[in-house]
Design a protein around this ligand. Structure first.
Ligand code: HEM
Length: 405
């Protein structure tokens, strides 16, 4: 019998990880991955318990894990800010509470809802610009630019710089969780980390001279008015907001369209009745969500089930595996866009649960309902699908389709 091992370097960890998640959940739900040098959790209850447990820290610098330390060292060499300064994603209370409060106002549901007409316009303009009859690339023409334009505008940086944002964020997310034996990816990530930091250093300096009504100006004011936001944290927060704001939603739209085209009866149902978009987006988050896992570090020796976790060990709660746990979802391997009581954890759980949820949902509602209205009978174009390198943020490199022109 082949021993069960989770190895992110395997193509299936990105292209179709679900059979592996299922086996792990059934046979070894608290799994030691040699490749990751860390624990991998695949049951819903364990995933949620760890994300809500104060004995686990989000500060990766506390890890005694080999890969985390290597990635940190390469990033340090290139002056990548996230390595030196804790962002809200990688900090614990009370620092986390303070950092999250600073930026949260911009993402409150009321503030986000005001963006609806503008996001609608962007979605339609992107489709208008696809001028080849009956063909488009869902990712490159639509799913990528849509959230990037929105987050760039919120932050107050020129949306025209989006080709650079794409390169930087693609490189940086490629090695989330460690370079796992791909030094060239780690090198590129560090290089891009340095470039995006230089870019935001200039934006921050410009807003300091002349404040505007944007997120960077709000953060600069907070830093300068003694809110105890260090220069490194200010910079790292800008970088995280830009990356978190585009890589994730892009892949929800891409993975979601792929799932719908592979389940044509569900696609037809949504295309016939776009008012189903709210439950459809929740189901696509559950079934094809972009974030596979996050990471935590044990701050003391403890147990999960019958496994002993040592202080300093890294644990990967696999939210995408939890979302298919039959203990919580009926027929979890089925895509059902009218599923009710869908308590998925695609946005995480506990104090770090996604701050961008209202914005991501709004963008996805508009993205899918606009496609349903304007792109009849979409189908996968011929050609192999190519997956991006990260096992943490699962997404395609491109998604060419044909449709009834
Ligand atoms: C489909 C889209 C998205 C998904 C699936 C997603 C998923 C997640 C997940 C799972 C976490 C928790 C990470 C952890 O526990 O370590 C998280 C945190 C976060 N997300 Fe998202 N996200 C999405 C979109 C966005 C957007 C659009 C933004 C901002 C513009 C955003 C900003 C953030 C931030 C700032 C955090 C850190 C919160 C904290 O540490 O307190 N996300 N996201």
């Amino acid at each position: 019998m082949v021993t069960l091992q989770y190895d992110p370097a395997l193509l299936e960890a990105r292209s179709d990880p679900f059979p592996l998640y299922r086996r792990l959940r059934e046979e070894d739900p608290v799994h030691w991955s040699k490749a990751l040098d860390a624990w991998v959790l695949t049951r819903y209850d364990d995933v949620v318990a760890v994300l809500r447990d104060k004995r686990f820290s989000a500060d990766r610098a506390r890890a005694r894990n080999r890969l985390a330390r290597e990635a940190m060292a390469t990033a340090e060499e290139h002056g990548q800010p996230a390595a030196r300064a804790n962002t809200m994603l990688s900090s614990d209370p009370p620092e986390h509470t303070r950092l999250r409060l600073l930026i949260s106002r911009a993402f409150l549901p009321n503030a986000v809802e005001k963006l609806r007409p503008h996001i609608n316009d962007i979605a339609n303009e992107l489709l208008d610009a696809c001028d080849e009859p009956g063909r488009m690339d869902i990712l490159l023409d639509y799913a990528y630019p849509l959230p990037t334009i929105v987050i760039a505008e919120l932050m107050g940086v020129p949306a025209e710089d989006r080709a650079k944002f794409k390169r930087w964020s693609d490189d940086i997310v490629a090695t989330l969780g460690g370079g796992y034996g791909r030094p060239e990816l780690a090198e590129r990530a560090a290089q891009s980390g340095g470039e995006i930091s230089d870019y935001f250093r200039e934006v921050i300096a410009a807003r300091r001279r002349e404040p505007k009504e944007d997120l960077v100006s709000v953060l600069v004011a907070a830093a300068d008015q003694g809110d105890d936001l260090s220069e490194g944290q200010l910079l790292a927060t800008c970088v995280v907001a830009l990356i978190a704001g585009n890589e994730t939603t892009r892949n929800l739209i891409g993975n979601g369209m792929l799932a719908l085209m592979r389940n044509p009866e569900q696609l037809e149902k949504l295309w016939d009745d776009p008012s189903l978009v709210v439950s459809a987006v929740e189901e696509l988050l559950r079934y094809a969500g972009p974030v596979q896992c996050t990471a935590r570090v044990a701050t003391e020796d403890l147990a999960i089930g019958d496994k002993a976790i040592k202080k300093g060990q890294v644990v990967f709660p696999m939210v995408a595996a939890a979302n298919r746990d039959p203990a919580h979802f009926r027929d979890p391997e089925e895509l059902d866009i009218s599923r009710q009581n869908n308590h998925h954890v695609a946005f995480g759980s506990g104090i770090h649960s996604c701050l961008g949820q209202p914005l991501a949902r709004l963008e996805a509602h508009i993205a899918f309902s606009t496609l349903a209205r304007r792109i009849p009978d979409p189908r996968l174009a011929n050609g192999a699908l190519e997956w991006a390198p990260s096992f943490i943020l699962r997404g395609l490199k491109s998604l060419p389709i044909t449709f009834a022109a």
